[in-house]
Design a protein around this ligand. Sequence first.
Ligand SMILES: [Zn+2]
Length: 436
Amino acid sequence: MFLKGIFSNKKVLAACAIAVVITICAIVVPIAVVNSYDDAQPKTFAGRDVLNMVPLIDGHNDLPFSIYLVEKNLINNFNLDSNLKQHPVWSGVNTSHTDLPRLRQGKLGAQFWVAYVRCADTQYKDAVARTLEQIDVTKRIIRKYPNDLKYVHSADGIMEAYGEKKLASLIAVEGGHSIDSRLAVLRLYYELGVRYMTLTHSCNQPWADASPVDETQPEEPPAQLNNLSPWGRNVIWEMNRLGMMIDISHVSYGVMSDVLRYSRAPVIFSHSSAHAVHEHHRNVQDDILRQLEAKRGIVMVNFYPLFVGGNTIDDVVKHLNHIRSITGVDHIGLGGDYNGVATTPEGLEDVSKYPDLFDMLAEGTLRSGEKFTPWTEDDLKQLAGLNLLRVFREVEHIRDSLVDEEPFEDLIPYEEYERAGVADQPCMTDINIHKN
Ligand SMILES: [Zn+2]
């Protein structure tokens, strides 16, 4: 009766109808708005805009080695603030991908400049002195362009330089041969501003194997499969104590695994790509990527076509997407390897091209037309620099927590030289003190 009475009242029925319409609108309209927002989201920003919000930090550039090869480190008459593509000598150098105009175009916020000397000819000889020369020439280049480059050695320093619209310039050493198995040299590199060291280049160290050992075929003579030696662990722990990031690009699979086990801080790959996308010993296997994630580290993707397994920007994006699928976006960065390689991918020819890569990732479309899940603005901020900054800050934090720890004083044992087949070193004057 009561209901009948109500529904017989036309005014009440009209009110009910309005309420139903309002309710439906309240549910449907927001869904429609969200859907149209979702559809439009990839187009609400250009990927490159992210580089105005956070610093783009590249993990690996070999410009100092190019300056050694081309200019013999004599830089007073060398002008980095010019278009080197039009320079009579540099234009003919196939490893020349960097100058100040192109760095500005590429919207770089921070660069790790690499002090590198070839292990094949300097190991057990003048590697330490030659590495010092590369650190020196890097510092001189930075000082030569104070309006564009700012020497920094901390995560805060990167942000300061970024705030001043200068390229934060950091120093790295590529290859453990540059410490000549001496922790004293490692400590002094830290004092000179070196903030990561790659444990090997392509040669084995007495205390760590390089990635080519993973390529040895069964019928070939046995490679040095020592992984990380007992003394090598001291190198890792001393780097943790100093606050120097450990770079495991270039090392063997066994060394990657050992370092991920023993390091007390997150570690980096400064310039390596994904093994599952292209099987090359310089690339990182999926199980290592998972351990890297657990260790809160970062892999900075290398663009070199030989490692990427293709010669276009699309091929690089496939590596980025694969690593994202394994580790998520919190463990990826960029380490282009410019000036360290003789060929670069179409679309990423030199340091000026990073913004194109960010645009492509935000669009979610390869040049081939193939689609992939677009990277969001937040994803791209992580990729550009926030991930590296997080790792760097964590390494600094662990350094600060270890302030009361004594330095590691161990000499590398003679047996480790013997096992590596390098106990007979004509250039070493004190080999006997390494014997018990
Ligand atoms: Zn390298």
